[in-house]
Design a protein around this ligand. Sequence first.
Ligand SMILES: Nc1ncnc2c1ncn2[C@@H]1O[C@H](COP(=O)(O)OP(=O)(O)OP(=O)(O)O)[C@@H](O)[C@H]1O
Ligand SMILES: [Mg+2]
Length: 247
Amino acid sequence: MKVVASGSIKGGVGKTASAVNLAAEATRSGARVLVWDLDPQGSATYLLRVEHRLAGRGARGLIAADATLARHVRATMVTGLHLLPSDRSLRFLDLHLDATGDRHRRLAELLQPLHDAYDVVILDCPAGASLAFEGALRASDVLLVPVIPSTLAVVTLAQLEDLVAGRKPRPELLGHVSMLDRRKPLQREIADALLDRPDMLRTVVPNSTAIEGMGPERGPVTAFAPNSVAARAYRALWGELADRLWG
Ligand SMILES: Nc1ncnc2c1ncn2[C@@H]1O[C@H](COP(=O)(O)OP(=O)(O)OP(=O)(O)O)[C@@H](O)[C@H]1O
Ligand SMILES: [Mg+2]
């Protein structure tokens, strides 16, 4: 089982779009895939058409000493793709994690029993550098960071590199260019500079109306617009990521 955290300090950069589309792509090769929606916003939960609610005591029960994640897992409309849904109480997840004996390792511990049930787990992280994000980093093989081609997003990428650098074990940080609008020269320039870096995947996810359509369609772009440029980009991105995970 490989664990990928789709995360960034920055909000609105395409973390959820990447998590949902890459998860759907992963199932095409027969992989058993779980998306864990750690964001109280519940965007991945909405897009995968699952009720925005955890059974029992919400976030507190989710990480309690006697908790099992499996009881919360739901099937989705995508064959082979399961979801551990969000719940509004996840806004207090950091408080509950802080109250556990091992606040940094708890998410990794909870995932352990799922090891043989899934080939890939994708954690859809909320924006920010919270305790939950620390836990996600501990649990992950790869931190996948969507980077919009803007100066401030590049600054954030450097902050994330610092955050990951001091960690043992540490996830491999891999960025990908997200929402590139090729009509804008500054965006092209920043994207080109990003693509020179060894920690960036080669595939660029363009700014795309098909991806915006994920909201009204409520599904991965690969399901309702499989031949769109965006769907092809996520297919290529998953290919690259899979090579880094298993290659
Ligand atoms: N490549 C893209 N082209 C155009 N719109 C996009 C693209 N990727 C994401 N979006 C849109 O941008 C918005 C933010 O995307 P998304 O929710 O995936 O970002 P996020 O990083 O998960 O945000 P948050 O920090 O709120 O969790 C959404 O409305 C989404 O539809
Ligand atoms: Mg999100």
